[in-house]
Ligand binder design. Structure first.
Ligand code: HEM
Length: 149
């Protein structure tokens, strides 16, 4: 938060709330898909790797990942981001509800992770409109990942 503007956080929260309201999480498969706008496999790979580096330094959430196999997690996140952005990959991991059950993830922690994804994209010079599209497709997962009220 210190290094990123409050505006950033507000934008993310807004994106999460709006997409939750409208439920627009459908992926496109045509050319010009979000997958391509993110830079296809290579671009998504960089986004995920950079995000996880940021997460591991983020005092709000790093503890949760201290015993996690980050290489495996990176591979699964790449598949997942590829699939939800309309790319050719298929996610092979466990479903979000099962995976995060027992992790006691709070709403604030979910927002922190979404913010870290956005910071990674910002550093990779991805446009805000493309950033917002990816965040909007992650946002509906909140209801499965955050169980705590
Ligand atoms: C947009 C938000 C998130 C997405 C898309 C996401 C996605 C994923 C995926 C794909 C996996 C791998 C599933 C598998 O092992 O088969 C995973 C695992 C995990 N996630 Fe999340 N996650 C999110 C938010 C969070 C948050 C906020 C936390 C905690 C602060 C968290 C904690 C974990 C942990 C600890 C694991 C490893 C579980 C294990 O290996 O036993 N996640 N997540």
């Amino acid at each position: 938060m210190q290094r990123h503007s409050v505006f950033h956080t507000v934008a993310i929260v807004l994106a999460i709330v709006l997409s939750g309201l409208s439920g627009t999480a459908t992926a496109q498969t045509s050319s010009g898909s979000l997958y391509e706008e993110l830079g296809s496999d290579a671009g998504i790979s960089r986004i995920v790797d950079d995000t996880l580096l940021i997460v591991l330094q983020d005092p709000r959430i790093k503890e949760a990942f201290k015993d996690v196999n980050m290489k495996r997690l990176a591979g699964l996140l790449k598949e997942q981001f590829c699939e939800i952005s309309g790319g050719p990959c298929r996610y092979s991991g466990d479903d979000m509800k099962l995976t995060h059950e027992g992790q006691d993830v709070s709403s604030a922690q979910f927002n922190a992770l979404a913010e870290d994804v956005q910071i990674a994209m910002e550093r990779l010079n991805i446009s805000s409109s493309v950033q917002n599209k990816l965040i909007a497709r992650l946002a509906p997962m909140k209801r499965d990942i955050v169980i705590r009220k």
